[in-house]
Write a protein that binds this ligand. Sequence first.
Ligand code: IMP
Ligand code: MG
Length: 182
Amino acid sequence: MEQDIGKILISERRLQHRIRELGAEISRDYAGKEPLFVGILKGCFVFMGDLMRHVSGYCAVDFMAVSSYGNRSITTGAVKINKDLSEDIENRHVIIVEDILDSGVTLNYLMQYLQVRRPASMEIVTLLDKPSRRQKPVQAKYVGFEVPDKFVVGYGLDYAERYRNLPYIGVLKPEIYENENG
Ligand code: IMP
Ligand code: MG
């Protein structure tokens, strides 16, 4: 598996350091508010697990699963909800947890979809941000790292369901997706 990675972009150590900072920042901003963390599956699961352990105070978690039509490197714009929330978000302080904010199509759709349920507030925490690829005006309040326009995997992020178990963020060698996409 490691031979498919061209370069380690963000080491395990840097990830853990930054996630600790994000947790502290969120804890301060939401003190006394009991936020609801909404993880977007599947990519969020590693990041969210680590982030939560640096959040102090009462909070709750829930999950949504979405898929965008089209393949991994090209997003078409249509978003399908595969699993909706099980919690009621009206009057709750919602924090959406994403692995990577890329075109913004997914989160733009999701924010509108959830806004009608009238949460008290709604913000985004994303581990990675690729601002150069943005098509929709989505802004994350909390960003772990800005990344260049390269396809990255690891720490929850996949290519064709692989590499989620890598403990770091790596750049996938282009020949991997060129080969597998034909
Ligand atoms: P967006 O709707 O284009 O912002 O896409 C967000 C989703 O696309 C993320 O939640 C990821 O699942 C996927 N994605 C975008 N860029 C990458 C990448 O570099 N590696 C792995 N997944 C990615
Ligand atoms: Mg994904």
